[in-house]
Design a protein around this ligand. Structure first.
Ligand SMILES: Cc1ncc(COP(=O)(O)O)c(C=O)c1O
Length: 306
């Protein structure tokens, strides 16, 4: 459960946590058109806090708004500043940030072009999304019976609210079956992504991940991992992955702001490799955490001081 904190950033102002309320006729609540982001702030070994890849997240928020034809009243700079303000106002040196752009109340038809477009940023404490043990020992995944939205049914590159019913159905199905996470195939049957994570496999020392023309979100952690892998001299290939390639992989891992770099030790009750966290996954995970929490300064451009 999210712990109650002090302030929420709402339409450009910090308001009391309990005052951050919306009307029951809030359009996005009914039909799910809206954009959101998930961003993390970490405390590094220098004792200071930094938001990880803030600019990229804010850009994706506005890209989602463009894709879904809603125009925020606030600017990129307002949102970036609001993220920092929300962390400071709640005295968080580590935390999760959730900017959200949504349609407020007014008309209730599907079109509703004149409803106010509102923006909020909520900051809260959030540890490892799938648990500390998941990061250390890996998780068990199940290929979902739900397919990822086809690229012409929804907008894979948009991080938009309503799209997450698909993720939730897949996740609930996986959890009901006793698994930790769902892996969704696309409508053509190729491996797509997790319910809230991009997917990577390692086979014979080469990393493979679905390419951006597939039905995946353009993950910022995905980009981070590809960059770090290439810097480490590991080949990364973007392209189609089949279910049997997944089962035959030496290593599988999921990436996301919430999930960070989570190893997968089993898919569909089949162990991945020897069922333990693989060396490439481990290496990338260590580098990632050294950048966000440690002392690695090669990518200081990814860090915004709080
Ligand atoms: C469906 C989906 N895919 C992938 C990701 C990973 O994206 P990122 O690394 O930018 O958090 C997320 C999380 O935002 C997601 O919801």
């Amino acid at each position: 459960m999210v712990e109650k904190l002090q302030k929420v950033w709402l339409d450009g102002e910090l308001v009391d946590w309990d005052a951050a309320q919306v009307h029951i006729l809030t359009h996005s609540l009914h039909y799910g058109l809206g954009a959101f982001e998930g961003i993390r702030a970490y405390k590094r070994e220098d004792g200071k806090s930094y938001v990880f890849r803030l600019e990229e997240h804010v850009n994706r928020l506005f890209d989602t708004c463009r894709l879904i034809l809603i125009k925020p009243k606030v600017t990129h700079e307002d949102v970036a500043r609001g993220c920092i303000d929300a962390l400071r106002a709640n005295h968080l040196d580590e935390g999760y940030l959730r900017p959200i752009v949504f349609m407020g109340e007014g008309a209730m038809g599907i079109y509703a072009p004149n409803n106010p477009i509102r923006t909020a940023i909520i900051a809260w404490k959030w540890g490892a999304y799938l648990g500390e043990e998941a990061l250390k020992s890996g998780i068990r995944c199940k290929i979902s019976s739900f397919a990822r939205h086809h690229i012409n049914i929804s907008l894979a590159k948009a991080k938009m609210m309503g799209q997450y019913t698909n993720s939730m159905l897949a996740k609930r199905e996986a959890k009901l079956g006793g698994y930790d996470e769902a892996i969704l195939l696309d409508a053509a049957g190729y491996v797509s992504e997790g319910s809230g994570e991009n997917l990577f496999i390692v086979r014979k020392g080469v990393i493979h991940t679905p390419d951006l023309s597939s039905s995946i979100l353009e993950g910022i952690t995905r980009d981070t991992v590809i960059t770090l892998a290439r810097e480490a001299g590991i080949e990364v290939k973007e392209g189609r992955i089949t279910r049997d390639q997944l089962w035959l992989a030496d290593e599988v891992f999921l990436t996301g702001t919430a999930a960070e770099i989570t190893p997968v030790r089993e898919v569909d009750d089949r162990p991945i490799g020897d069922g333990k966290v693989g060396p490439i996954t481990k290496r990338l995970q260590e580098r990632f955490f050294d950048i966000v929490r440690g002392t690695d300064t090669k990518h200081v451009d990814w860090l915004t001081a709080v």
